[in-house]
Structure formats: C-alpha cells, structure tokens
Write a protein that binds this ligand. Structure first.
Ligand SMILES: *Cc1c(COP(=O)(O)O)cnc(C)c1O
Length: 371
C-alpha cells in the first residue's frame, strides 16, 4: 500500500451525496455565473472568518493581485514579504509593478521574522504580506503594532490557513485584507480553482468587486482597468457544503499532527514543528526539518511507498526570475537552510492511524537501518 501526500478522493466520498445533489441542481438552474450560490457562499465565508465582507474570485493568486490593486500598490512601491512561500505571493507584487522586499524567517518556524521588518522599511514601503505558511498563523498582535506605527497595510496570505487562528481570531480577519485560495488541495478546497478576499472595509470590498469585473461599477461603464476573475457558481455551491465540515476536518488534521509530534520525538534526526503559543495551526502541511541528507531520505521513503513533499526547494529570492533583485546566496540564511531541510509528511484529514504508523516506521527504518 502506497501512502500519498494527500488523497482528495477519500474526503469526496464523505460528502458525495450533498455535492452531487448541489451540482445537479445548479446545472439545471441555468445560472452558472454569479447568482445566489455565489452570494450565499460569500456571506457564509465572511461570517466564518469574522469579517463584514468576503468577495470571491478565481484563485488565491487573483485574490492577492486584486488586494494589491485595490490598495493602490503599484510601480515605485515596495512590499515586504517572505521568500519562503509559494511563488504567487511575490509574483503578484511584481505583477502590479511593485517590488518585493524579502525578510528572513523566524529562528525555528517557517513564517517571516517580524523582528526584521522594521529594518526593511523604506519611504517606498506600502504594505506587508505575511504568509500563514503550512496553516500556522503569524503573530498578528505584533505585526499589527508594527504596521500601525509605520502606516503599512497588512495583506494576509491565508491560502494555506483557512480556519487558523491567532489569539482566538481567524486569520484573514485582522489585516486590512485577507486573501484565500480554494485550490483543491487547500484546507478548504473547491473542485477546481477559486479564491476570495475578506475585509471589514466596505470601500475596499467594493473596489475588489469592481476590479474583478473589468473595473465596471455599473454594467458597461468602466472606470478602471480590471480583470475578469470570478468564482463559478458550481464551485461556490460545493464550497458552501465543504465550509460546514472545515472545522471538523481541521480538528482531524490537528489530531494527526499531535500524534506525529509524539511519535517523532525519539527520532533524533527529525525536528518536529513546534507548537506556538497564541496560534492554533490548521496543519495544511506537517513539515519537519531533517538533519542530514534530506533528499536521500525522501528517496528512501519513496522506495518504501511513502510519498513526501518538499515545500519549497528554491526560496523566491534565489529563483531565476528574481536574481535581478540582488539577493545573493547566504543573504537570507534561515530561509536557505529551511529550503535544504524541510520535508512535508503525508497530511490530510482522512489519513488513517495505520498509515501514519507506517510513515513513522519507515522513517525509523531509513534513519537507523542497523538498529
Ligand atoms: C496556493 C497558494 C497561493 C495561490 O493560490 P491559487 O489559488 O493556487 O492561485 C498563494 N499563496 C500561497 C501561500 C499558496 O499556498
């Protein structure tokens, strides 16, 4: 039996009747774009996150792009973020014509080091994009204080953290604007692409609505250059069903993570992710650090039928497209070390205990073949 990094089919079986009924109803309705399904999901998602507004769009990437555009970030501006994230986080900064400014990671975790933000601020800095990576919330209390002192907008990249909390508040509810992805593999995933922004700022929500619809506040009257970025009605209907299960699924992930951490404790070469006070992670990934040859271990596990993943092998400041920004090797040492060490173990709510035990046994076998 092979163990995949994640398996979406098991989850689908648990909600199949509801999803199929909703999709068939939508197909028969003839209303495929916009309409009640989309409005309902936006309202439910805003309520879940704890914001006044949610505006859906086509992807997490578009959510970030629209957030930057709505805040007026553009050429000549700088946006501070992390280089240890999926490419889209920085890509959108460049796409609006601004410049990403990367700060290094916190000493042990995988989120940006808030202590390095102030040194990175220049007169051009407009915003910070914290990424709640792997489902672990950034310290929003500290970040809000920094942002307030320096008049910076916080755009939260919540793509991997639907349902995660900092100090009892959902990520995406405390910054100026939260950006979510409903890519199928995310904690709240559609059966296709999808995304949303959340905010308490009515004007900002209206601006995103306008920009996602060709800069058109009123049909065929265009005030800005926008894009077309919509959540399909079918995806909205599916997401409304899945949203009802999200907390239970996240609790299952938390139980699996807790068990991983216990079972990994005796394995010296593996550093388990630490719990962070104030943050309740939703474990989008369970990512360990390997002391030793990570790539060899990954291959050995693969040979035993255990698929693991490396998020992310090349940090953004060392990507070909960003070499021109001038971050040389060693410029973000913790980020570069993380890229060498990280290994994400199989993690999805339906991961069986027996499968988890096999992952641990294989790790032990690979790491101490003679004991
Ligand atoms: C997935 C992801 C995105 C992009 O979301 P898409 O829906 O795939 O466009 C952005 N940021 C992070 C951290 C992500 O994991």
């Amino acid at each position: 039996m092979n163990i995949p990094p994640l398996d979406l089919t098991q989850q689908y079986e648990t909600i199949r009747p509801d999803v199929e009924a909703a999709v068939l109803k939508l197909l028969a309705s003839g209303r495929y774009i916009g309409g009640e399904a989309v409005a309902d999901f936006e309202q439910q998602f805003a309520q879940y996150i704890g914001t006044e507004h949610a505006v859906s769009c086509n992807s997490g990437t578009d959510a970030l792009f629209l957030a930057l555009r709505a805040l007026g970030v553009g050429p000549g501006d700088e946006v501070i973020t992390t280089a240890f994230t999926f490419f889209a986080t920085a890509e959108v900064i460049s796409a609006v014509g601004a410049t990403p400014v990367f700060v290094d990671l916190e000493p042990e975790g995988f989120n940006l080091d808030l202590g390095q933000i102030e040194a990175a601020i220049t007169p051009q800095t407009r915003a910070v994009i914290p990424v709640h990576l792997f489902g672990q919330a950034v310290d929003m209390t500290k970040l809000l204080a920094i942002a307030q002192t320096h008049q910076l907008a916080i755009i939260e990249d919540c793509a991997q953290a639907s349902g995660a909390e900092w100090d009892g508040k959902k990520v995406g509810s405390q910054g100026r604007i939260g950006c979510f992805s409903f890519f199928p593999t995310k904690n709240l995933g559609a059966c296709g692409d999808g995304g949303a922004i959340t905010t308490n700022d009515a004007a900002l929500a209206a601006k995103v609505r306008m920009l996602r619809e060709h800069g058109m506040p009123q049909r065929y009257y265009h005030e800005e250059i926008g894009i077309t970025s919509r959540l399909d009605a079918i995806q909205a209907a599916i997401l409304s069903i899945k949203l009802r299960h999200l907390d239970a699924w996240n609790r299952q992930r938390q139980a699996i993570a807790q068990r991983y951490t216990q079972l990994l404790d005796p394995i010296a070469e593996i550093i388990a992710p630490r719990a962070v006070a104030g943050s309740s992670s939703v474990w989008h990934q369970y990512t360990v650090r390997v002391e030793g040859d990570r790539d060899a271990l990954k291959q050995q596990l693969q040979d035993q039928g255990i698929s693991t993943m490396v998020y992310y092998p090349v940090p953004l400041h060392r990507q070909k497209v960003y070499l021109g920004l001038g971050y040389g090797p060693g410029s973000l040492p913790r980020t570069e070390q993380a890229a060498q060490q990280v290994l994400s173990l199989p993690m999805f709510p339906e991961l069986a205990i027996a499968a988890q035990d096999r992952v641990i046994q294989s790790l032990k076998d690979c790491l101490s073949p003679f004991s």
